[in-house]
Structures are given as C-alpha cells and as structure tokens.
Design a binder for this molecule. Structure first.
Ligand SMILES: NC(=[NH2+])NCCC[C@H](N)C(=O)O
Length: 353
C-alpha cells in the first residue's frame, strides 16, 4: 500500500514538475559585486562578492535556467579631501557609489534584472540612484532590521551605511548640508514609494522621521500579527498602488534573525526567519516587476566558519527566490496547487508510520 501510494504521488509530482520546468521563466540577470566596506567600520564585508562567487552563485543561477551575465566587481578611485562632519569616508562613498550607479544603469538598460552583491548597505545609494535614473521612478522595499534613515546630523555613529534612505528621499533633501563629490546623486525617490519590512532597531531621530512623513514601515510585530505574505503585499500596494512601477528590493541580511544570519556587522535578534525572507522575495518576484535586488551586509570575516556558511547559504536562498526559484526549484508564479497538499498528506498517511 505504501509503495502504491508513493508511486502515485511520484507520478503526479513528476508530471507537475515537468509542467513547471517547461513553464519556468528564464530570468535575465546582470550581476555586479561591490566589494565595499567603507560605509561602516568592520573589515570583511568587502569580501562578500568573492565569497558568493566562490560558493558558485553565478553557476547555480545559470543551472536554474537563468540567463546570467556577470559584470564583475565595481572598482573606483577614492576622491581625496572630501570632509563632511560625522560622515565617515565620504571620498570613498562618493567615488564608489557613482561607479555602482553607472553599472546599474548599464545593466537595466540591457533589459536585465540587476542583482548587486555587497558590500555594506551604503552600496544601495548607488544601486537605487542608478535604477531611478534608468527607469524614471521606482518602488522600493527596504528589508532590514535598521531604517538607515540618519543624516550626518542625526547619526549616532557617522557610518554611511546607516544613511542611504535619507540620501535618496526627496522629502529629506533639506536636512542635508552640501555634500562635496555627491553632485551626481540627487534625492529622486519619494517617501511614498518606500516601505520598510523587518525593522526592529531604530534610532530615535529615525523614529521621528518615520512618524513625521508617515513612511510605510512594518516591524516584526506586524509580521507576527498579519504574516509575512500579507505584510509584503500590503507594503507593495502602498508603494505602488497602480501596480506599474519597477520594483527594487534592498535586502540587508540583518533583516533575518541573528541565528539565521550570524555573520553580519550589526546583527539584531528577533528577526525574520529564512522562510520569511524567502517569502518576501517570492512575493516581490510574483509582481513581475522585480527589476533590481541588493543583497548586502554579509560579512564572511565575522563569526566561525559555520556562522559564515549559514549566512552565505541563507543569502543564496534569498537570491534564488529573487531569480524566480523557490527552495523547491519552482517559479512562484507557476506553483501548482499539488505539492504542498501532497507532502502534507504523505506525512499524515497512516501507511507512513
Ligand atoms: N545597514 C545597516 N546595517 N545599518 C546599521 C545602522 C546602525 C545605526 N542605526 C547607524 O546609523 O549607525
């Protein structure tokens, strides 16, 4: 009986997998690495791109049927003498992020989804700038434990990885002094088109700004209450009510719980499970407008070799989901109703015990 039952299930599954394989979308992806660590003070995060390449990320995405073009790592030359109070390494940030922005424009104009591997979260200054320049306007999901909404006047650290959203938002432009070297970057994104998911470590000024401008922000308590799929879709509806904007997901690995992704510079407990992170990406992919993804703040220099492995693997699952492939290797838009129920009934089956 068990044999018969399993065989039937196998046949049904393989039939459906065949359909899925035939229908599987062949995402066109352009990958850039940004080995950049000057947005914060801990060494190691700059070796993120190398670690992902060594892990075979590009080959894995190709193996899933994606058309992947690797644009290599961004390089830059620091601009000397750029000094702004409480804004560390501006000469590096300004020079590197200009290159990142130009690379993103090139990739998006080739009709590819741009996947940027960081580096720290200051990389998103360049990726989002480039995306907005290429597409006109975009909707942004910022998946992170932190709001990264400080200016140099409010930052408790002076680290620029805590400032990108404030640099990008139009409504906050008056809160900045003149920033030498950053003339290429104008705040072009409206706060209406930005939503946070996963927040749980917000500085007091950031809290004031979120309240004052009514920024869409879903903390962990919202995820507990509504579930991650509902939260993601609420966020998407808020930032793109007409369903017509290209979507950018800026995914900081510290949005995941520190147990799921320990090798990161500013870990915070009580975060997303890996499954929830994957679901954010699956829902984003399902819009069919996912146009750029940043995966940042993986620091292979922090923690034990096991910590590093866990963190890289978690990030890889998030990236697979962004490329249209969930953990079972299916494109989310093609998931048929069968597998989950079948697995359920298998484990419930009296013949199984
Ligand atoms: N992307 C990050 N990990 N950001 C952490 C920011 C921490 C702190 N809020 C700061 O501004 O310095």
């Amino acid at each position: 009986m068990l044999k018969l039952c399993s065989l039937r299930i196998f046949n049904r599954l393989s039939r459906n997998n065949l359909v899925i394989n035939l229908r599987r979308s062949h995402s066109k992806i352009g990958v850039i690495g940004v080995p950049f660590d000057k947005g914060q003070l801990k060494g190691g995060v700059g070796s993120g791109p190398e670690a992902f390449r060594n892990l075979g990320l590009i080959e894995e995405l190709q193996g899933l049927g994606c058309d992947v073009k690797d644009f290599g790592d961004v390089t830059y030359e620091q601009i000397e003498g750029l000094i702004v109070k409480n804004m560390t390494a501006l000469g590096h940030i300004a020079a590197c992020q200009k290159e990142v922005s130009d690379s993103v424009i090139r990739i998006i104009n080739e009709g590819r989804m741009c996947l940027t591997i960081g580096g720290d979260h200051s990389c998103s200054i360049g990726t989002i700038d480039g995306h907005v320049k290429a597409k006109g306007n975009i909707a942004l999901l910022w998946v992170d434990a932190h709001a990264d909404l400080n200016t140099n006047a409010t930052s408790p650290t002076g680290n620029v990885h805590g400032m990108p959203v404030a640099l990008l938002a139009k409504e906050l432009s008056d809160y900045w002094p003149y920033l030498p070297g950053m003339d290429w970057q104008q705040p072009r994104l409206s706060i209406r088109n930005i939503a946070y998911i996963g927040l749980r470590d917000i500085d007091s000024y950031e809290r004031l700004v979120i309240d004052k401008f009514a920024i869409t922000a879903f903390g962990m308590e919202d995820i507990e209450r509504y579930g991650i799929i509902e939260v993601t879709n609420m966020a998407l509806r808020r930032i793109d009510p007409n369903n017509n904007l290209p979507l950018h997901v800026s995914f900081d690995i510290d949005s995941l719980d520190a147990l799921e992704a320990p090798s990161t510079g500013t870990p915070v407990r009580g975060g997303l499970t890996l499954r929830e992170g994957i679901q954010v990406m699956e829902e984003s992919y399902r819009t069919q407008r996912l146009s750029a993804v940043d995966l940042v703040e993986v620091n292979p220099g922090l923690g034990s070799p096991t910590d590093v492995k866990i963190t890289l693997e978690a990030a890889k699952h998030i990236i697979r989901a962004a490329s249209g492939h969930s953990r079972r290797g299916q494109s989310p838009e093609n998931v048929l109703d069968l597998p989950q129920q079948t697995f359920h009934s298998v484990s419930q089956s009296p013949h199984n015990s």
